[in-house]
Structure formats: C-alpha cells, structure tokens
Design a protein around this ligand. Structure first.
Ligand SMILES: [Mg+2]
Length: 268
C-alpha cells in the first residue's frame, strides 16, 4: 500500500502550483527526478509529452520554471530541445534566469586542468569507467563497475585533500563521483534565480532525488517553499514521489487541471 507521504506529493505540488501560479516558482532536478536514469548520461530519453507539459507549466507560472542540474545548460538544451528552459547548470556554476536568454557563469567556477588530468588518470586505471568533463566540474561514472565505489571514493577523497588549490569538494551521486569547486551548489543557484527575472520574490517549489539535491531541498523549505523528493525520503522534504514516472504523471495532471495545455506538437 502506498504511504500517505507518497500520495500527498502530487496533491501538495498541485496545490502549490495552481493555488498561486503568479507567486510560485518551480525548480526541477533532471536525472532521477524528471527523467529515468540510464546506463550512461547520454542514453537518457526525454519524451515529447514531458516537453509539452514543461512548456505549459512555464506558461502557467509566467516563466518561473527552471531546471537545476549537474549537467551543463548546453547539454540540457540538447536534451530538452526545442525548449531552452531557465536553468541552473553544472550544480549552480551556470545560471540562465530567462528561457532562451543568456547564460552567466559564477566567478572562478572553472575546473583546473590538473584536476581533470588526475581524474582521467584514475579512470584509465580501471576498465569501464566514464569521465564526463564539464566547465566547472568533472564527473567519474562507475555505473558499470559498482564494486569499485569504495576504492574510487577513497582515491578521490585523497586527491581532494592533497590538492594545492584547496578549493575542491566531491559530490557523491548515483554511481558517480563529481569533483567540483566549492562556493556554489543547487541551493545557491535556487537563491540566485529567486533574485532575478521571472523568479523574483516568488515562493520556491523544488523536486530532487539525489544527495546533490539535499541542499536545495533544505533551501526551498527554509525560504517557506515546498520541497519534494523522489524515490526516498530526504530530511526536510515535505513528501516523496515514488519515481520519475510519478513526477511526470503529476506534472501532466496539473497541466490538465489548469486547462492550459500546450496545443502545438513537440516531437519526442
Ligand atoms: Mg537527480
């Protein structure tokens, strides 16, 4: 039987978004929240129905809908084309407050080359690891070698503690270790977005699934907004969605309830 929390997540979300659409801003993690996690980051699928629902919600909320992802905004644009949604990319190193508008990068948020080289060398010492280089971070994926988690975690922690820049941190995710610079994260991205453009002075709603989302869940709740997690209870989250599919169904139901669906077709 479904828990009360799981049943409540969709109702809480609908009440927050349709109760005061002119005063609410929606922030969405992507992988594991909006879309199902795939064996590799490039193998994910974004359905046309989700694109239509996001476009409708963007309209309902007056533009105050943003993706908050570890992926770069350029990659998000490829995944969600033809939409170019407002976003915080690379864990907040990049910000785009207006859909289709310019992307700004947090000062100093670029990963030094020597760190990239060290992660490349660590990945090359094992088979089947995948390194994803982004502007502000470098991600080591071990989905194909889950047994290496502890060994890789220790190696990356040691690398960071010995690094001369003293400005690195590691974000553990689902079968991924992401090394990034300190000073920005999804919570700082959420706060920066709330200070500008269509998000200004709105109450945040955030949905996320992973360890890297916990700071944004805490931030949204602290500001007086709604924080929802996916797949697991997170301290500070008001309710839990079962899965990304449950989040998608809820968003679709909210669009239908609003009477404002997007009519024009978007190819999947
Ligand atoms: Mg996620």
């Amino acid at each position: 039987m479904e828990s009360t929390d799981k049943k409540d997540a969709g109702a809480l979300l609908q009440r927050a978004l349709l109760g005061a659409p002119g005063r609410t801003a929606l922030f969405l993690d992507v992988d594991g929240t909006l879309i199902d996690i795939a064996p590799t980051p490039g193998a994910v699928h974004v359905a046309g129905s989700l694109l239509r629902d996001l476009e409708s919600l963007q309209s309902i909320l007056g533009g105050a809908l943003a993706l908050l992802s570890g992926r770069s905004i350029e990659t998000l644009d490829q995944l969600f084309a033809p939409l170019a949604l407002a976003a915080g990319g690379e864990h907040g190193a990049q910000i785009r407050p207006c859909a289709g508008g310019p992307v700004t990068r947090a000062p100093g948020a670029l990963m030094p080359d020597h760190v990239r080289a060290e992660i490349d060398a660590l990945a090359a010492s094992h088979d089947d690891l995948l390194v994803e280089h982004k502007g502000a971070s470098v991600a080591l994926h071990f989905r194909a070698r889950p047994e290496l988690e502890q060994e890789l975690s220790h190696a990356v922690a040691s690398m960071i503690s010995n690094d001369r820049t003293d400005s690195l941190t590691v974000l553990p995710g689902k079968a991924v270790l992401e090394v990034k610079q300190t000073g920005f994260d999804k919570a700082s991205a959420l706060r920066r977005l709330l200070a500008q453009g269509p998000f200004r002075d709105r109450v945040p709603v955030f949905i996320g699934d992973d360890v890297t989302d916990e700071c944004a869940i805490a931030a949204a709740a602290a500001i007086g907004g709604l924080a929802l997690s996916v797949g697991r209870a997170v301290p500070g989250a008001h309710a839990v969605f079962d899965s990304p599919a449950a989040v998608r169904r809820s968003l679709a139901a909210i669009v239908r309830a609003s009477g404002n669906p997007t009519e024009k077709p978007i190819a999947s």
